[in-house]
Ligand binder design. Structure first.
Ligand code: ADP
Ligand code: MG
Ligand code: ZN
Length: 621
């Protein structure tokens, strides 16, 4: 199959045209120049030979130059020739009656005339050729630009479909439901007649909805791969150009191309970039986006039955899409693609470790267990990072250690051993992390401590990891309250050990996350006390848009939400305080271990925290 039909072999023709133009211009220049050369002598006054001889004999001339038959005559008192004439073929000047003593006669060899012309030609033609060449070159490049300018409205759709980068369903791990839904699309493309016979309308548009990195692009390509049809891919963000109308013309071009290649798939990635709800923009709206969107709608409506082009589109924000896109006959089918669960994560990891040499003791299952919330792209990234780390350590195969390091690097950024903390900061960090660990460990609905470290990573001073025992889809209020308390555990440990006003910015990130979670609970999950079971969901979007349109509650409600958030946070801080004060001995032990080893693993943390207890005042039930 032609790998790149967007650039058909039309390149030869325009450039040959170019050349012709260049040569034509060169010829015109040359002609003008040559004409000029021959015209010049005619500025000399022509006189009949008899008159010339008479005047010469009268001593009116200083010099006669003889160029073959032609005479170039200089009058006395003048520097340059002013007169020309032609001598008779048969007679020399003397024979015609010229008195040689009256005038200087210079006979120039005829060849010298031509060589004169040649010399002149060389010296003056050269710059002309140069200019001509320059013009030619300018034309060419201008034409090139013209081509670009003209192709501006052409879609930059890419076509996949050759065997080399073919993707099939088995390359995509997990996502069983999505694959099942898309299998239908494959059949539409493969056996359109079957559906046609029964009068079934083949869907025109399928929307793939899911978080970034979950394999939407991959699945779309796999549909094309399975059906064995060409795949035209374009990204919504490419449509957002500065010139109005370009996006629309690209869409037109893309669909025209696709129809020629039917059956095929058009894949519009990031469709939310153009397909956002129209008319919600401020300041006159986004003309370009709207025109592009309108064109997509027009093209999809324009498909005739049996044209067999299916448009797949991907987005992670189905909620912001213009309802017009979702109407029947457009993107009326929706395939949800979620973050992978544990078995799927394992399958994805296996696919990505498949072609890499991996040591026998590597525990992929354990890695899958602790990567809850990671997307397929994150997992692919971990596998790749592990290979890089193994290579840098000159390992023959990827070891468990390499993988652990890769996981942590991907999850929070690389270790920064080089950053030296002073002794006080180190101690403070150890107390801070031990505080998180103890509060998390003691509170019954928090997750299990996995690892505590005071080695700085990314932007953080240290890390305490909690691993949820299994993937959870739902979270309860008690659970969230325990999470809030352990988030504040670091700051409170600092407070308990150093005093109220000696707490540090080390907890800044914790506090921000806690505030976000508390607000989520109250505003979006109906988990407040006064505002129980009510949702004040405000649509995400641009700050201004949100302020202008989307706050669907009153000033008073806003105030209550703020109060509820505040009380959740102070309750969490108090619970953390009670837990830490009740378990100071274990706090010290964990701190000491951290100062000594910098990193303490799960089993040892459990051992060090042996004997901790939950005071009644911190218990929720
Ligand atoms: P999206 O389009 O949803 O953002 P992509 O399809 O671009 O995600 O996926 C990014 C990368 O993540 C892929 O190239 C692939 O390496 C990896 N990946 C994601 N999901 C899977 C999966 N289910 N199986 C295998 N690899 C996956
Ligand atoms: Mg993608
Ligand atoms: Zn912290």
């Amino acid at each position: 199959m032609n790998a790149n039909p967007t650039k058909p072999s039309k390149h030869g023709a325009p450039s040959r045209n170019n050349k012709n133009w260049g040569w034509a211009i060169l010829a015109i220049f040359a002609a003008i120049f040559v004409a000029g050369f021959f015209v010049q002598p005619s500025q000399l006054k022509e006189k009949p030979i008899s008159e010339v001889i008479k005047a010469a004999n009268e001593g009116k001339y200083s010099k006669i130059e003889v160029h073959g038959q032609e005479l170039i005559i200089t009058e006395k008192g003048k520097k340059d020739p002013t007169i020309k004439s032609r001598q008779e073929e048969k007679a020399t000047l003397k024979e015609s009656g010229l008195n040689p003593s009256k005038v200087q006669v210079e006979v120039k060899p005829t060849s010298s005339t031509t060589s004169n012309i040649l010399g002149f030609a060389l010296t003056s033609l050269f710059p002309i050729i140069l200019i001509g060449g320059l013009l030619f070159w300018m034309m060419r490049s201008a034409q090139g630009q013209g081509n670009q300018a003209l192709s501006f409205g052409k879609s930059r759709a890419r076509l996949y479909g050759n065997e080399k980068d073919k993707v099939v369903f088995s390359d995509v791990a997990g996502q069983a439901e999505a694959k099942q839904d898309l299998q239908e699309v494959v059949e539409f493309l493969k056996f359109p007649k079957k559906f046609d016979k029964l009068g079934a309308r083949i869907p025109k548009g399928v929307l793939l909805v899911g978080p970034p990195g979950t394999g939407k692009t991959m699945l779309a390509r796999a549909v094309a791969g399975e059906a064995g049809v060409p795949f035209f891919s374009i990204s919504g963000s490419e449509f957002v150009e500065m010139f109005v109308g370009v996006g629309a013309s690209r869409v037109r071009d893309l669909f025209a191309k696709a129809k020629k290649n039917a059956p095929c798939i058009i894949f519009v990635d990031e469709i939310d970039a153009v397909g956002r709800r129209r008319g919600s923009g401020m300041g006159g709206g986004h003309d370009e986006r709207e025109q592009t969107l309108n064109q997509i709608l027009v093209e999809m409506d324009g498909f005739e039955q049996g044209q067999n082009v299916i448009v797949l589109a991907a987005t992670n924000r189905a909620d912001v899409l213009d309802p017009a896109l979702l109407r029947p006959g457009r993107f009326d089918r929706r395939v949800g693609i979620g973050l992978p669960d544990r078995p799927d994560r394992e399958a994805i990891l296996r696919i990505h470790f498949q072609k890499k040499p991996v040591a026998k003791d590597v525990d992929i299952d354990a890695l899958a267990a602790k990567t809850a919330g990671s997307s397929g792209a994150d997992l692919a990234n971990i596998a790749n990072e592990a290979a890089i780390i193994a290579a840098r350590r000159n390992h023959a195969e990827i070891t468990q250690e390499d993988i652990t390091e890769a996981f942590e690097r991907v999850a929070i950024g690389p270790e920064r051993k080089s950053k030296v903390m002073n002794e006080h900061e180190k101690e403070l960090t150890a107390y801070h992390e031990a505080g998180h660990a103890i509060v998390g460990h003691v509170l019954p609905d928090s997750d299990v401590v996995h690892k505590v470290t005071i080695i700085p990573r990314g932007g953080t001073g240290g890390v305490t990891w909690f691993i949820p025992p299994e993937d959870k889809s739902y979270h309860s209020i008690v659970e969230y309250k325990d999470v809030l308390a352990r988030m504040l555990g670091g700051r409170i440990a600092e407070e308990v050990k150093y005093g109220r006003d000696r707490v540090t910015t080390g907890a800044g990130n914790d506090l921000q996350k806690a505030a976000e979670l508390a607000r989520e609970m109250v505003a979006n999950q109906g988990m407040g006390t006064k505002l129980r079971d009510q949702v004040f969901h405000s649509e995400e979007g641009m700050m201004m848009e949100r302020m202008m349109h989307d706050r669907q509650y009153s000033e008073e409600t806003a105030k209550v939400i703020d109060q509820e958030v505040e009380s959740l946070i102070s309750e969490a801080a108090e619970r953390a305080r009670v837990v830490i004060k009740a378990n100071l001995a274990q706090l010290e032990k964990l701190k000491d271990a951290l100062l000594e080893k910098e990193t303490v693993e799960a089993a040892e943390v459990l051992q060090l925290l042996d004997g901790t207890h939950l005071p009644k005042t911190a218990a929720l039930y």
